[in-house]
Design a protein around this ligand. Structure first.
Ligand code: AMP
Ligand code: GLY
Length: 420
């Protein structure tokens, strides 16, 4: 079968790597892709936000299956367009993608299905929002309603920070994504992520992970998209997972179906765990990045069968074959990230890195210049390894990191500390 993956990061590289190993995959195209992806798939220069262009490309190249990686094309309705054109598609409709694209919508769904989550209030009026903060007191979490590239969440640990967050969001710092502000109760606990395939009716959990959001060792410095991740997340025990499925995930999926907007794709549930119970922090409607990289490392070629079962609405008969293994990924980023950083520095030594079912270097932000791999983004490489224990996976990953010759790059040295 001919498969098209939309996206250009480490998430899409790992999806391509796993899918390519499945004998059902004849031809694999990734749009737009990156320098690492180009080593295992064809890359196509395509505007993935342009639904008509994506549909036209699929028709021209006889694509049988479309896998949509990032949230932006999902929220823009690209999956609606490919399904309408009769293409087998992995990824939710724009209506279902509101579970990520609108935090207020997600709260509404949680209310409707009684899913445990932080208490909240929503405002478009700054004065009313300020009064709410003054009445409730810090700590509070201040969120822009819409998609803000991971930057729309402000921790109001003091009242002053909370008030400043309101001014920032309603003052237009996030454009239309900040037309409404959601103010949440601050939840304590340990965070972990649960990934569930949903075909509109049935759900299949396909793994857990934890990431490291802060840029520096010891969880210090500004927030990032994630500096590393590992799977499984030991804090998400089977009992907590089953309860989260029963109290949060299945009720959400049922509520979405009831509203006529069934969720089809991967639901990423960010959970806060405390005293044996999980509460929902947020939903994303796509795989996490870099969480996807560790999931793909563990699932391997069966991923294609699972994504196909999901897209064909046949999840009821699907199951995951688990190896009793662990995976860990270390993000190498350009110096300066999460602030401003230079692009274009040369990365050497990658061709010498071991690549097999236990070791893989996924590219997140790379390009090719005169035959040389260069950094083109903030998060650049995801050095990923698998092992019989988390400690073994971590040792293997850092062993690879040490072989990368990239003076302008850096990484955290303590990925996995919480679990080890
Ligand atoms: P979100 O984009 O909603 O996941 O928020 C980003 C991060 O902010 C989460 O991963 C949490 O670490 C933190 N966060 C969000 N909401 C809350 C909350 N209500 N209580 C505590 N931490 C939160
Ligand atoms: N690593 C967090 C995310 O993908 O949203």
């Amino acid at each position: 079968m001919n498969i098209l993956i939309l996206g250009s990061g480490g998430r899409e590289h790992s999806l391509a790597w796993a899918i390519k190993q499945n004998p059902k995959c004849d031809r694999l195209i990734v749009a737009p892709g990156n320098a690492g992806i180009a080593m295992l798939a064809e890359c196509a220069d395509l505007d993935i936000m342009d639904a008509a262009e994506v549909v036209g490309f699929c028709e021209e190249h006889a694509i049988d299956f479309v896998v949509i990686g990032p949230e932006a094309p999902l929220a823009a309705g690209v999956a609606d367009a490919t399904r309408a054109a009769g293409l087998l598609t992995f990824g939710p409709s724009a209506a279902a993608a509101r579970l990520e694209a609108s935090k207020a919508f997600t709260k509404e769904i949680c209310d409707a299905c009684a899913a445990p989550t932080a208490g909240y209030a929503r405002f478009t009026d700054a004065q009313a929002a300020r009064v709410h903060v003054q009445t409730h007191g810090a700590p509070l979490v201040i969120k822009a309603d819409g998609l803000a590239a991971g930057k729309g969440v402000i921790m109001g640990m003091t009242e002053a920070e909370a008030l400043a967050g309101i001014d920032e969001i309603l003052g237009g710092a996030f454009g239309s994504a900040g037309a409404e502000v959601v103010i949440e109760e601050f939840m304590e606990g340990e965070e972990a992520s649960l990934f569930i395939l949903c075909d509109g009716a049935d759900c299949l959990p396909i793994g857990t992970a934890q990431d490291h959001k802060r840029v520096g060792d010891g969880d210090t410095g500004p927030n990032t998209g994630g500096m590393g991740a590992y799977s499984p997340a030991p804090v998400l025990t089977d009992a907590i997972l089953e309860r989260a499925m029963a109290e949060i995930v299945r009720p959400t999926v049922a509520e979405m179906a009831k509203r006529g907007t069934p969720f089809e794709g991967v639901l990423y549930a960010g959970l806060m765990i405390r005293d044996g119970q999980a509460r929902l922090v947020e939903y994303n409607v796509r795989f996490g990045d870099p969480e996807c990289q560790v999931l793909m490392m563990r699932l391997g070629a069966q991923v294609l069968d699972l994504l196909l079962a999901c897209a064909r609405r046949e999840l009821a008969g699907a199951q995951v074959n688990w190896a009793d293994d662990h995976a860990l990924t270390v993000v190498m980023a350009a110096q300066g990230y999460a602030g401003s950083y230079d692009k274009g520095s040369a990365i050497n030594g990658l061709d010498l890195l071991r690549e097999d079912s236990f070791h893989m270097t996924f590219h997140a932000g790379t390009g090719m210049r005169d035959g040389q791999i260069i950094a083109t983004g903030g998060r650049v490489l995801n050095i990923t390894a698998r092992g019989a224990s988390l400690a073994q996976a971590r040792a293997r990953a850092y062993d690879l990191v040490a072989q990368v010759d990239w003076p302008q790059g850096f990484c955290r040295h303590d990925i996995g500390w919480r679990a080890l």
